[in-house]
Design a protein. Structure first.
Length: 117
């Protein structure tokens, strides 16, 4: 069983930055496709960014140019650097790992990001 633990959330003013981290247990992290999702009250969970096992990256349009996803396979960790934060980025951010060989996916418990003055 893979466990994902997110960290780095908090309260930040508009225009500020945060870096989220998601550390995975297990020894085959490098093959996972890694995703960041977010969910704000009253809304469905939204895909924010993805980095696959080859390093290919995609973002939802609303965060392009502001967020950067990266991974460090040696540390079993995926990151989400969030700059120029806006109030509409306020949400619980979740890390998701997809094992393409076993067709299983795993979720963290989420970390809250609040953008407010």
């Amino acid at each position: 069983q893979v466990q994902l633990v997110e960290s780095g959330g908090g309260l930040v003013q508009p225009g500020g930055s945060l870096r989220l981290s998601c550390e995975a247990s297990g020894s085959i992290f490098s093959i996972y496709n890694m995703f960041w999702y977010r969910q704000s009250p009253g809304n469905e969970r939204e895909l924010v960014a993805v980095i696959d096992s080859s390093g290919s990256i995609n973002y939802v349009d609303s965060v392009k140019g502001r967020f950067t996803i990266s991974r460090d396979n040696a540390k079993n960790t995926v990151y989400l650097q969030m700059n120029s934060l806006k109030p509409e980025d306020t949400a619980v951010y979740y890390c998701n790992a997809v094992d393409p060989l076993r067709l299983k996916d795993y979720w963290g418990k989420g970390t809250l990001v609040t953008v407010s003055s």
